[in-house]
Structures are given as C-alpha cells and as structure tokens.
Design a binder for this molecule. Sequence first.
Ligand SMILES: O=C(O)C1=C[C@@H](OP(=O)(O)O)[C@@H](O)[C@H](O)C1
Ligand SMILES: C=C(OP(=O)(O)O)C(=O)O
Length: 431
Amino acid sequence: MSDIYKVKPISYPVKGIVQVPGSKSITNRALPIAALADGECRLSHVLFSDDSRHFINCLKTLGFQMNVDEPNKEVRIQGQNGYISGNGDEVVDLFVGNAGTAARFLTACLAIGDGVYRVDGIPRMRERPIQDLIDALRMLGVSIEDELQTGCPPVRIRGGKLPGGKTRVKGNKSSQYLSGLLLVAPYASSDVTIEIDGELIAKPYVHMTIEMMKAFGVEVENRDDQAFFIRAGQRYQARTYAIEPDASNASYFLAAAAITGGTITIENLGKNSLQGDAGFAYVLERMGCQVSLTNDSVTVTGPQDGKLQGIDIDLNEMSDMTQTLAAIAPFASTPVTIRNIGHIRLQETDRIKALATELGKLGQTVHEYPDALRIEPAPIRPNVEIDTYDDHRMAMSFAILGLCADGLVLRDPMCVRKTFPTYYEVLETLY
Ligand SMILES: O=C(O)C1=C[C@@H](OP(=O)(O)O)[C@@H](O)[C@H](O)C1
Ligand SMILES: C=C(OP(=O)(O)O)C(=O)O
C-alpha cells in the first residue's frame, strides 16, 4: 500500500457480516499466561499484528518453545510453570514496538525471570509512562529502573524470586500496570495484596485480566476494585483457549452501519464478551441506532436518514472508542461530548489533540479540554488529507468518516498494522 489511502465514498447503506481478527487485549494476556502455565497451551483465533507479534517474538527471545501457525491463527506454547530464562548478568533485550500491553505485562512478568532484561520500544513508547508500575514492583522487592530516568521505557529489570506481600499502584494513567501486576502475582512466594492508589481507569480491562486468570485456574479476590488479593501457590493450568474477535476493531464497522443507515453484524462477539468495548453498540443505540446483542453476535442498524442524535458521555471505560465516536460526530444532529478521557493523551499519540486537529481540518467545531472533547457537527470539508500520528485508531476511525465524505485521504494508512493489518481489505468488502 502507498503512503496514502484515498477513501472511496459509499452511496448506499452498508450491509453484511464482518469478520474481525482476534482481540489484541485478549491475545496479549493469553500469551504471557500460557508462557507461565505448566504444560502446553493451544491458543486459537490469535491476532497477528504488530502488537501481538512483538509479544510472540519477546517470548521466543526468552526461550519459550512455540509453534506459531499464522495461516490457522493458532499458537501453541510450552509453558514453563513460572520459569523465565535469562542469560546470567547479560542483559536480554526485548523490543515491544509501541505495544503498551506487551511493555507493561512483560515488565511485570520479568520480575520472576532468571536474568536481567531490558524492555524497550519505538520512540513513542519511550514517551509512554511506566513509572507507576516500576514503583509498585519495587514495593514487592523487584530490582527495576527506568534507564533514562524518564519514568518511561527503556526499563531494566533484574528478575528473581518475587517475595510478594502488599503493594500499591496508581491507576489513573493506565489500567495496564494493575493488569501486569495481577498476571504475575500468583508466582510470588507469598500472598500478594495490590491496593489502588487513587482512581482506577478503564476498569473493564482489569476485569478482563481477572476473568482470563480464572479461565486458566487462578482466583483473584477483587475488593470493590480498590484492592486485589492473590493467594500464593496458585498456578495457571495449561489448556486450549479461543480468543474472541476484537470488539474495539469491530466498532469501526458498526459505526459504518450507523452513518450509512445500513446493518452490520459481528459474529462471535456478544453479551458474554470479556471486552468492555463490546458495549459500544449501546452508545450507538443512544444515538438512534437499532442494536441487537445476543449471546454470540452483535448487530447494529443505522437510522434510515443517516442522522444520528448527539450524545454527552463519560467514555472512560471504553476510551479506545473515543476516535470511533468522534469520527461519527459530524453525522449527528446535535453536539457530541466525550468526557473523562484525559489518559488517552498518553497513548499512541495525544489522542484528544489529534482528534481536535483532524476534525478541525474537516470543518468541525471542536472544543478541546484536558480530559474531554466537544464536537459541534458541521458540513464536512472535501478533499482533506488526514494525519494519522502513527495511531491505528486515527486511521481506522477516519476511514469510516471518509465513507460519507468527499475525497478524504489518510496519510500513513498502514499504521493500522498495530492491531489490524488487513483493515482496508475488510473495509473494502463493504462496497
Ligand atoms: O489492558 C489492555 O488490554 C488495554 C488497556 C487500555 O489501556 P489503558 O488502560 O492504558 O488505557 C486500552 O487503551 C488498551 O488498548 C488495551
Ligand atoms: C491504547 C492502545 O493500545 P496499547 O496501550 O496496548 O498500546 C490501543 O490499542 O488503543
């Protein structure tokens, strides 16, 4: 694909069943859990994208025997029952690209590694905070440092016996620090209590972690999302595990139905999903769409006149949906206000600023706040080139807006490879 992608407008309601790849969040939990388990785990419907490939490559570097079958979307991992190899005092370098889940979950798990490790990524990863995880691991006795004293990667960890005990973690910048601590906690030598220091954002991802730990045999006592207790001695049990389709990446196709008055169904993603972003369908319902969510599928039908109602919503628990919602705001009859999303300034890019800038280029009136956005719909300016900030969700969301605009062009469209390398192929099935 070239360095631009011209979105072809669509003049009719989209209709059909869309297949989206496996969940990035579930894949990047299943991989470390399987590696820590005792015996062979078979993971099916695995996502193959930058974020998961970085994780897979890091596990290979750590010596895990893996059978990676991309054509069949399957990974078999020989778990080492909590053992992670090292290279004596030689630093083992692990590259995670810009995968926040890989950076945070690996950093936590390496606390029990048999060696010294450096976790590093692309320049943007070196701007994404990890200090709160460093502080929490140090309270558990882990030898860990941010090598450039930036509070961000590269992080150097000297693994060993994880003593356990009580630790506190801040959860206002990312929920991933807590998820990482939870994932490794069963392998501490004594019980672990994790207390939350202040607010905890994006809670559905913590619940996903706990549910997946349970699926592999480890119980976490959740004390009202303020403290978490993990009894020592528990171990992940090897098993086969099927990964759900990615609800976050399904949102773009549901949004296409919303703005074209069409009907899109995503199969194997329903009421029992582990993913909080499966709830995005209900956001569309509040904007005037018809939604059907069964045990194993979600269907959205957009209003026939293509006119959506505006919405004022706290999107903290589905913050990855901010760009999807912002991209359909121009098609609403009244303003769209998205609140409690300040932490997304710390992600692949400063997402609030990026959205304000790009929607402004499209003629929208955007009010930017430290932790919120308010978009006043206006006619969409034609022939605009959209910057994507090396952020897959900027590219994927504005591609949907482009279906109902004239001449919208995406720059660096393949930044979608972070979680959805085949995005444009799937998008083009809508025509
Ligand atoms: O735990 C996870 O899988 C994720 C948690 C969220 O990150 P933050 O908690 O840093 O917002 C989300 O944005 C990210 O896409 C995936
Ligand atoms: C924030 C995201 O990813 P991560 O934090 O895992 O890099 C995302 O996928 O939108």
